[in-house]
Design a protein around this ligand. Sequence first.
Ligand SMILES: Cc1ncc(COP(=O)(O)O)c(C=O)c1O
Length: 366
Amino acid sequence: MSTRPQPRPGVMQIDAYVPGKSKAAGVAKVHKLSSNETPLGPSPKAMEAFRSFDHLELYPDGAATKLREAIGARYGLDPSRIICGAGSDELLALITHAYVGPGDEGIFTEHGFLVYRIAIMAAGGTPVVAPEKDLRTDVDAILSRVTEKTKIVFLANPNNPTGTYIPFDEVKRLHAGLPSHVVLVLDAAYAEYVRRNDYESGLELVATSENVVMTRTFSKIYGLANLRLGWMVAPAHIADAVNRIRGPFNVSGPAMAAGIAAIQDEAHLAKAIEHNERWLAWLTREIEALGLKVTPSVGNFLLVHFPKEAGRTAQDADAFLSGRGLILRRIDAYGLPDALRLTVGDEEANSLVVAALRDFLGGHHA
Ligand SMILES: Cc1ncc(COP(=O)(O)O)c(C=O)c1O
């Protein structure tokens, strides 16, 4: 018998999530392009709602009633099917804890968002990885890994860190191929950024099936990452299960107030979409013109691939860019050691990144 408390089996096998760096030593101005945050910041109306929030001594509304109503009104959803959380991360964990236990399996894709693996292992389940094709979800690879032990399948669409997506037809094919006891989680954290006619976040599938859940976040395009606010919509029976294990006051009042204002500020949203559309295309074009491979992205970030040649690797580029205060994301933990993930920044940051990459490839010193 051990003399001190031991975590449940599997817990110590989890690699904790490592967030994107936010500092660079000895640099006057840092541009943090490592966490897919928006360069536009939150809606001024959301900031105002946050600042004017009073009565921090009172517990928040544990049912998040007004926020759920605002989300419901915005998307035409029944608020009773909506659950809010401290970021969508919390909701991903709660869904997993409600449906996965020891002996169960959860599937996600090869370069899928790391939180899925953590959530499955934390619940005592076994993570099962489905290979991707050209850094894109392969529906057949997921379906071929389903067993009677499978309880949950995660699909980030678009995916982080690859920035790729699958069309709604493919999502529907995935759903049609899953046994009805499997929960399909559609993680649509970047849905607002996608400008493709064949893309859908999945609301229709949630409304018309008994086993599909969609998660969304206020952290990305709404610029409220620090407040920790996300939501999910689910069939009534899944919402009921998740609500039973949810912390009673998991979302704070200031977060809810800011979220309501943010979701109603369509002009700010439009501005953010427009900014991203313009600069995502610009960055892709300019970086490709330097001779680097870029994975076509529909999110607010893109993958830049580097050669393996000494002096020109992703690691070398990361060090060079950091020296100029440009912080990108290393993604070795996602099985992509030869690429860096770049978040679309403001005009200044974007121009500096392209100039720095040009100098890096040209062999200039930082
Ligand atoms: C695909 C994906 N899902 C979910 C999240 C979680 O975001 P949050 O917990 O801030 O809502 C992120 C953030 O990086 C993400 O990239």
